[in-house]
Design a protein around this ligand. Structure first.
Ligand code: AMP
Length: 438
């Protein structure tokens, strides 16, 4: 028996219709198009342009851009080698966008660059609900300004996507990470604090104590979480300018009527993150509750080789989690657009005529279905129904000779004779009549 193949665990085929794979509901391609169109519409309102970068990059770029000590880089990269170069399937898209910005000197276009993306990302994580090995992110990077309004615009456009899709149960949490020196001071204080509890820490946290004590704050261990209560808080180390900036962000959010919760435990493990950090959560997602996250990363460009600082702020959101939230909200998707007409043919001559005529109708802008298998009339009518054709044009050899065809209304079943000479006009009239009823 020959082997049959399956998609790789933690990845999905997006089929024309919704499907289930490994117990996960996967939206159909029409739903993906619908959501992507909503994202594009929102981005257009905020005057954000699209950028598309390759799905693989040099490993070094991602290691620098995402951080050598993160789980993503240390454990979850899909990496491969070719010649002397190490490559990695991108685990996120911010570092690639910044690479492209610097490489192509996009600053020379003038002003602030506002770029959005939608595309696949790859992380070798243990697959579970809301956590996959190939998933899709959409996001936006606003590059070239450190104005608090940019932070708030990024948050506003992120929220606008969920609002447009009627996902209302979300919670925005925000924090400020301050500047690099204030974070260094906080890190030292954390080290000293956790050092005194070294024996109470798990092995993972002990390792983190030496490499990156901030990550201990992410612990899920109940025994360790109690230690967090009295741990030094970053907010107590924040520099005055960052404080003023954070106040400005909060007051602008209030102006726009955006509600948020301040969360001083919301941190990022990487040194190039500065000031604003935020996360959007949904109570409907279970353990993987983050819909999206983001913040300011003023020091990333220099990490990637820029001689000058390039202030930037952005968000990244998971598409699959957005679909989970949509499902939980019971938001219906519009059905895929059906065809305008199905051409049914009986007899060799009619089959040939219908084939040519279909091409003409498509040139005239109509969506046309027809049989490509030489099936019976009954089977062709079934196919017309499956494709949700509102009308079928039925042509036989004899009818063709007399210049007429049968037009069947697939909803009412009513049948009438039409001339074959001006099919486009007939279908145009029918479509117009249908549109006026809708
Ligand atoms: P991150 O780059 O880890 O901040 O991720 C940004 C967003 O991408 C998260 O808020 C999730 O919505 C989504 N995401 C991250 N990792 C995964 C994954 N493995 N599977 C599905 N979605 C993910």
């Amino acid at each position: 028996m020959s082997k049959t193949y399956q998609n790789i665990k933690g990845t999905f085929d997006i089929l024309p219709e919704a499907s289930t794979s490994d117990g996960t509901n996967v939206a159909g391609s029409a739903s993906w198009q619908f959501v992507e169109a909503a994202i594009r519409d929102v981005m257009a309102l905020y005057n954000v342009e699209e950028i598309r970068t390759p799905i693989f990059e040099e490993t070094e770029l991602i290691a620098r851009g995402v951080g050598q000590l993160t789980d993503i880089v240390s454990k979850e990269m899909f990496a491969f080698e070719r010649g002397d170069t190490n490559y990695v399937l991108r685990p996120e898209i911010t570092a690639p966008v910044m690479r492209a910005y610097l490489q192509h000197h996009l600053d020379q276009r003038g002003g602030v660059q506002k770029l959005f993306y939608v595309g696949p990302c790859f992380r070798a994580e243990r697959p579970q609900k809301g956590r996959y090995r190939q998933f899709h992110q959409f996001g936006c990077e606003v590059i070239g300004t450190d104005d608090a309004r940019a932070d708030v615009e990024v948050i506003a456009m992120m929220l606008a996507v969920y609002e447009k899709l009627h996902i209302s149960r979300t919670e925005l949490r925000i924090n400020t990470l301050g500047d690099a020196p204030s974070r260094a001071k906080h890190k030292e204080a954390l080290k000293t604090y956790f050092e005194s509890y070294r024996n109470d820490l798990t092995e993972t946290s002990r390792k983190r104590l030496d490499t990156n004590p901030l990550r201990i704050l992410d612990t899920k261990e109940e025994s360790e979480r109690t230690l967090l209560v009295d741990a030094p808080r970053l907010i107590d180390f924040i520099d005055d300018e960052s404080r003023r900036d954070f106040d400005e962000v909060k007051s602008l959010l209030a102006d726009l009527g955006i509600s948020y919760r301040e969360d001083h435990f919301l941190v990022r493990g990487l040194d190039y993150y500065t000031r604003t950090a935020f996360e959007l959560e949904s109570p409907d997602l279970g353990a993987q509750s983050a819909l999206a996250g983001g913040g300011r990363y003023d020091l990333l460009a220099q990490e990637l080789g820029s001689k000058h600082p390039v202030p930037a702020v952005g968000f990244a959101a998971g598409m699959e989690r957005l679909f989970l939230a949509l499902q939980a909200h019971g938001v219906p998707f519009p059905e895929a657009q059906g065809i305008d007409v199905f051409m049914v043919a009986l007899g060799d001559e009619a089959v040939r005529w219908t084939f040519n005529q279909s091409q003409q109708l498509r040139r005239d802008g109509f969506r046309v279905g027809l049989d490509l298998k030489g099936r019976s009339m009954k089977a062709q009518m079934r196919e017309a129904n499956r494709q949700r054709a509102p009308f079928a044009v039925i042509v036989g050899n004899d009818e063709l000779g007399s210049g007429v065809a049968q037009l069947k209304d697939m909803v009412t079943g009513a049948q009438s004779e039409i001339a074959v000479s001006n099919l486009s006009d007939t279908i145009r009239t029918l479509k117009a009549a249908e549109a006026s009823v809708d």
